[in-house]
Design a protein around this ligand. Structure first.
Ligand code: NAD
Length: 426
């Protein structure tokens, strides 16, 4: 019999997390240290993990830091951000401080409206199928609202229907969008359940076959906009402002640059989405699809100068986050982070998240248009490298500060410095 590990771990899902970990450790020859790291990382949280996902063996923690200086719609707010990346939180603090004098971030939103798609195939002329669906709007409303009476009770529920004919490689298809106000929920389960309940009826009414029934993450009816003004003196003068505008024009014109420009925005956005137990993948998919809505992938943000010469930034993006549903209500860290934010609606949370994205973008563009991104990264990056080479306790700061003084944050140099410190101390 071979000792090679097998991925066929029959019955893993029926075991307790501790039994699973033992089974995985046996298969992978995991050392005791790794096993006890996985055990201690999950201390007090493994039961919840086991309820949230399948085959849970541990929990992975991500640092939560606080973004300071944020004013959103006239309210000072401390924003928890969950991220493993250094400099992300400091960047937001800095950008938000620089626009406090002009009132911080002003937002608007289209409201918490989501859509689910039902794919209809066949049934004759797709435009005819489309009209047959529109004729049933009252029945559609009744079916959808019956699925989620609680949502209706809190003021949400079915709002409208939109039917599109989409040309595909196998011919035209009729795509029904059911449009639902999901209030304080992200709404995926809510609209998916409605789409599933509705699909057989759509087939019956139109003679078409229904296939996929699922929400769209391109939540372009749930768009939030944030805007802020950075005065010239806070930017570093006209030259920096103009360089930042050139940086923006580059990103808006070139997808290679836009991908990284938008990744910077998502550094802020995803960190708050994660900190509040929301679905990062849903937000990211929606954001990037929305950034491509003109048929070309572009900058998510817009930058311009106002008549007084100040730099004005705005960010418009879909923001399907919730305060109920998913992990938001059940994850104790998410609940605590929501309490720090002090938000009373999903819409308020969405506005803060988009403001954070804009702050992040300002900081990244300013760094790129001036000293470059590495300088700001240096301090925390030097500590990370010190940790990577095995520095512990006081050694971490010592190694990091020597690396910074050298202006070269390199692993080989960190190893040399650590060896020297240890030799000096022995
Ligand atoms: P959910 O179904 O857990 O909770 C929403 C429900 O809570 C509503 O339908 C309503 O019945 C009830 N509710 C109580 N008070 C409410 C209020 N004030 N406002 C609104 N609803 C209220 O969660 P959900 O938001 O429908 O779905 C979110 C989850 O779905 C996330 O975990 C996400 O990861 C997951 N998901 C995402 C996708 C995707 O993005 N493609 C697909 C499937 C599932």
């Amino acid at each position: 019999m071979s000792d090679a590990p097998t991925s066929r771990l029959e019955g893993l899902h029926k075991m307790t997390p501790a039994e699973r970990l033992q089974a995985v450790a046996r298969q992978t020859n995991l050392g005791n240290e790794a096993v006890s790291d996985l055990v201690s990382a999950a201390e007090g949280r493994i039961e919840l993990a086991d309820r949230l996902v399948e085959n849970a063996i541990s929990v992975m923690s991500i640092p939560v830091g606080i973004a300071t200086n944020m004013i959103v719609d006239g309210r000072d707010v401390l924003v928890p951000m969950a991220t493993e990346e250094s400099s992300v939180i400091a960047a937001v603090c800095n950008a938000a401080k620089r626009c406090r004098g002009t009132g911080g971030f002003v937002t608007s939103s289209s409201g918490p409206v989501m859509a689910a798609q039902v794919q209809l195939l066949g049934g004759g002329d797709p435009n005819n199928v489309r009209l047959k669906v529109y004729e049933r709007i009252n029945e559609i409303r009744a079916i959808c609202d019956e699925v989620d009476p609680l949502l209706v009770k809190v003021g949400g529920g079915f709002r409208d229907v939109d039917v599109r004919v989409v040309d595909t490689a196998e011919g035209p298809m009729t795509i029904v969008h059911i449009i639902v106000d999901t209030r304080d929920a992200m709404g995926a389960n809510a609209v998916n359940s409605m789409a599933e309940a509705l699909a057989p009826k759509l087939s019956e009414w139109t003679g078409a076959r229904s296939l996929l029934r699922i929400l769209t993450n391109l939540a372009d009816r749930r768009v939030v906009r944030a805007r802020a003004v950075w005065p010239l003196e806070e930017i570093g003068g006209q030259e920096v402002r103009d360089n930042m505008l050139s940086a923006y024009h580059f990103a808006d014109a070139d997808p290679y640059r836009a991908a990284t420009h938008n990744k910077g925005i998502m550094n802020g956005v995803s960190a708050v989405v994660l900190a509040t137990g929301n679905d990062t993948r849903a937000i990211e998919a929606g954001a990037h699809a929305f950034a491509s809505r003109d048929g070309r992938y572009r900058s998510m943000s817009r930058w311009e100068r106002d008549p007084a010469g100040n730099l004005v930034g705005s960010l418009e993006m879909p923001m399907a986050v919730g305060l109920v549903g998913g992990a938001t209500k059940v994850h104790p860290t998410a609940r605590a982070n929501l309490a720090v934010l002090g938000v009373s609606s999903a819409d308020e949370l969405a506005r803060i998240i988009v403001s954070i994205g804009l702050a992040q973008n300002f900081a990244a563009m300013r760094a790129l248009a001036t000293t470059g991104i590495q300088k700001g990264h240096m301090a925390l990056h030097a500590q990370n490298v010190a940790l990577v080479v095995g520095a512990v306790g006081d050694e971490v700061d010592k190694v990091a500060s020597e690396l910074k003084a050298l202006g070269k944050v390199r692993q080989d140099l960190a190893e040399e410095i650590l060896a020297r410190i240890r030799a000096d101390n022995s």
